[in-house]
Each structure stands twice: as C-alpha cells, then as structure tokens.
Ligand binder design. Structure first.
Ligand SMILES: [Zn+2]
Length: 156
C-alpha cells in the first residue's frame, strides 16, 4: 500500500528499458493480516518492447508450466501470462528464494520440450482451446534454456 492507501501496481514501477531478458525477479512480498506471506515473481522470457510471445505459444506454455511446476514445488497459487506477452507472473505461498524458483522453471521448461500433448485443451477446461501451439511453446522453452536466465538483469 502506498501512502494514499491505494495498492500500487508494482510492475508499473519497474523501468522496462533497464532490464535484460530473460530473467526471474522477485517483485512483491505480501504480508497478510493473518500472518501469511504471498510472493509474486516476474518470469520474463523476451525483451520488453522488442519481442513478444505469440498468443498460441504463450497459452500452451501456460498450460504446460502450470502443470509441470507443481511437480517440483508446493505452494503455487497461480501462474499467469502477462498481457504484454513477454512473460509470466508466478504467485506462491511463502517467499522461496529466486534461485529455487529458477531451478523449478528450468526443470519445467525441460519437460515442455519433451511434451507430446498439452493438458486441458478442450472447451470444458480452457477458455480458448483452439488457441494453442505446442511447437511454439517448445521453441520458446528452448530459447530460454539456451540463453539461460540473466542474474544481472538490471542495466545501470
Ligand atoms: Zn487455456
């Protein structure tokens, strides 16, 4: 909360011209009134304002990563694509360190590359089941695995 009592949208405070993708950033740690901690991470695949993930590819990545990441860690609340289509927001219980999140993401991207099918691609379980591309999802996963996530991603 800022001084006016309004919640600030944290990502609007990030200078998107000063980062080098791909990277994983712990953006916000929320402390609940009941003592719970919830943390949001920015999992950035492409360079902001220079490249973006096609809708079909990011949608398939969402289905696959939401499934695979839960095999490697507990406490995942949500994984959602960013509207700008340059990456994902991950929300989890607690506040695991970024290196742990990174290892889970990397293992999950390895599973994406070995996937033969995409879970929940049907009109019952998905809001746009025709909008999928396993081929694109694999190519995005491979690109990030090839380059690795930048540890020093803030350009000064
Ligand atoms: Zn879907």
């Amino acid at each position: 909360m800022n001084e006016n009592g309004k919640e600030l949208v944290e990502s609007f405070t990030l200078d998107h011209t000063k980062v080098k993708a791909p990277f994983i950033r712990k953006c916000t740690v929320y402390q609940g009134d009941m003592g719970d901690t919830v943390t949001k991470y920015d999992i950035r695949f492409t360079q902001p304002n220079e490249a973006e993930l096609e809708s079909a590819g990011i949608h398939t990545l969402e289905h696959l990563m939401a499934t695979y990441m839960r095999n490697y860690m507990d406490g995942i609340i949500d994984l959602s694509p960013m509207g700008c289509r340059t990456g994902f927001y991950l929300t989890v219980w607690g506040s695991p360190d970024t290196d742990h999140i990174k290892s889970v993401v990397i293992k999950s991207l390895g599973d994406v590359i070995n996937s033969d099918e995409v879970p929940a691609v049907n009109p019952i379980q998905c809001g746009n089941y025709r909008l999928h591309s396993l081929e694109l999802a694999k190519s995005y996963a491979q690109a990030v695995l090839d380059s690795g996530f930048n540890d020093d991603f803030i350009i000064r």
